[in-house]
Design a binder for this molecule. Structure first.
Ligand code: G16
Length: 544
């Protein structure tokens, strides 16, 4: 066995963001760049030595190359066994499922999620801990610290492993198991949902759906579960073969980027239900006939109806949502008499709440929903949950929402994204808002009176860790909110996100156009932050 000790010097930009380290492929292709980060991860996680590692990615460009490098480094670093998805493919929720099922010491997931792929686009790497969830901040910080002082890394000299053939082989002293990427995950889904009821829905002849895998990782999973196991019409899953560049698209399931599926719900003969997932399969978008379900509403509806599916026969213990997510879920929690936790953006903040069983369902406005079945958000899980609900309720999606709003009120919601903004200008804009905190409460703008203005900070109720500066909140006396945050997942400049919500309890006023209802708050948000003058932008790049 020939283990090489390669000398290296630290890179100064390897601090993981909201979800792992995301950079341009070209950055990762620099000599030693990927290797430094992987060695820092192995050094910061000594439990991996002699343990089991799960490895896979969303199939984007550089996935296979990175997997071969990581396998050789894992063998050189004394990992006993690595479980790899066939073809290097594992969706993020499937990786989480496998980490938990086989009681491994963690996993490495290669993805830049919804960011485009290809030689000139993005790549990413993140480490998930032994509960199957994204590494908490103390772990990502330890990895980062190690990356700043690294002087060498270990790698085995060996031939590539055949990633396409399922089976067991050896790499030095490490066992490599190439497994079916879909089976374990599909088994779990079958256990959580009423598959016969969904099968019956498809067989009824009066229900048609379409799922857009966006040429990304969910294709094989959706095809197996939705078409083969649940009996949806062949062709119900589109763009189902993962491509290294996602077909040149932007694999982000939202109204701006998943237009093909949006069109299928708005055409002359629309499908009854449509959904899409992102690059690595953890996000979801839900659509009904001529109807878009906001992720915040989706979380609230799933929580309110959880008792109707097999996974939660006696309901749920609690709910959590990220701070910028609308407060629709809070109203459900209040009525159910359970707790609703408000966490910073990032799935990693749900881990402790899920592990301690304080919550069973959680979600984010960024098209993420999930539960305690794994420790990642899960796109296909949300789709199956919706299908199970529709099979039980026998109502169109729009009707499910309208009935929900009647009971709980409606939280109109929209998000404006300004991408690739100059970093200093974006920081200055945030500071400008912070400087005004003291003066804002009590001021009135277009009929809205500001009640509070603050910078969100969160103390984890389980381990007491404090996360500060997690976004600026401007709250109004009627429950409306404006939130400003700088994204932690972009790879170029800064992305300013502005999240807006307005509560409407009156059923007579719950069926208006979101853009019309939100227009005054949007104007207030733009004016308060001086977005035009400070960013040079007259309009956002994406509105969701
Ligand atoms: C990641 C995180 C999510 C977060 C989203 C957007 O999702 O896991 O928790 O909401 O990024 O984060 P930001 O607003 O900082 O860009 P994904 O799907 O990209 O892994």
């Amino acid at each position: 066995m020939n283990i090489k000790n390669i000398q290296t010097t630290p890179f100064n930009d390897q601090r993981p963001g909201t979800s792992g380290l995301r950079k341009k492929v070209k950055t990762f292709q620099q000599p030693h760049y990927l290797e430094n980060f992987v060695q820092a991860t192995f050094d910061a996680q000594p439990a991996l030595k002699g343990g089991i590692l799960v490895l896979g990615g969303d199939g984007r460009f550089y996935n296979r190359t990175a997997i071969q490098i990581i396998l050789r480094m894992a063998a050189a670093n004394g990992i006993a066994r690595t479980i790899v998805g066939q073809g290097g493919i594992l969706s993020t929720p499937a990786a989480s499922c496998i980490i938990r099922k086989y009681q491994t010491q963690g996993g490495i997931i290669l993805s830049a999620s919804h960011n485009p792929g290809g030689p000139d686009e993005d790549f990413g790497i993140k480490f998930n801990v032994d509960n199957g969830g994204p590494a908490p901040e103390k772990v990502t910080e330890a990895i980062f610290q190690r990356s700043t002082e690294i002087g060498s890394y270990k790698i085995l000299e060996a031939d590539d492993i055949n990633l396409d053939r399922i089976g067991t082989s050896a790499l030095g002293e490490m066992q490599v198991d190439v497994i079916d990427s879909v089976k374990d995950y599909a088994d779990l889904m079958q256990h959580l949902f009423d598959f016969p009821a969904i099968h019956h829905l498809f067989n009824s002849g009066s229900f048609r759906m379409c799922f857009d895998a966006m040429h990304a990782v969910t294709g094989p999973y959706a095809r197996e579960i939705i078409e083969n196991m649940l009996g949806a019409e062949p062709g119900s899953v589109i763009n189902a073969v993962p491509k290294e560049d996602f077909g040149g698209g932007h694999p982000d399931p939202n109204l701006a980027h998943a237009q093909e599926i949006v069109e299928m719900t708005h055409c002359l003969d629309p499908v009854d239900f449509a959904a899409a997932s992102d690059g690595d399969g953890d996000r979801n978008m839900i659509l009904g006939k001529n109807f878009f379900v906001t992720p915040s509403d989706s979380l609230a509806v799933l929580a309110a109806n959880a008792h109707l599916i097999p996974a939660f026969p006696s309901g749920i213990s609690g709910i959590a949502r990220s701070m910028p997510t609308s407060q629709a879920a809070d109203r459900v929690a209040e009525m159910l008499g359970i707790e609703c936790y408000e966490t910073p953006t990032g799935w990693k903040f749900f881990g402790n709440l899920l592990d301690s069983r304080k919550i069973a369902i959680c979600g984010e406005e960024s098209f993420g929903t999930g539960s305690d079945h794994v420790r990642e958000k899960d796109g296909l899980w949300a789709v199956l949950f919706w299908l199970n609900l529709l099979a039980v309720k026998q109502q169109p999606v729009a009707q499910v929402l309208k009935s929900h709003w009647k009971i709980y009120g409606r939280n109109y919601y929209t998000r404006y994204d300004y991408e690739g903004v100059d970093k200093d200008a974006a920081e200055a804009l945030m500071q400008h808002l912070r400087d005004r905190f003291g003066a804002l409460p009590g001021q009135e703008f277009m009929g809205y009176t500001i009640e509070y203005a603050d910078d969100f900070s969160y103390t984890d109720p389980i381990d007491g860790s404090l996360s500060s500066r997690q976004g600026i909140r401007i709250g109004f006396t009627d429950g409306s909110r404006i939130v400003y945050r700088l994204s932690g997942t972009g790879t170029v400049g800064a992305t300013l996100r502005v999240y807006l919500e307005r509560y409407e309890p009156d059923p007579e006023k719950q069926n208006q156009e979101t853009a019309v209802v939100m227009a005054p708050l949007v104007q207030i948000a733009i004016d308060l932050a001086e977005i035009g003058a400070r960013t040079g932008r007259s309009a956002p790049d994406v509105i969701t």
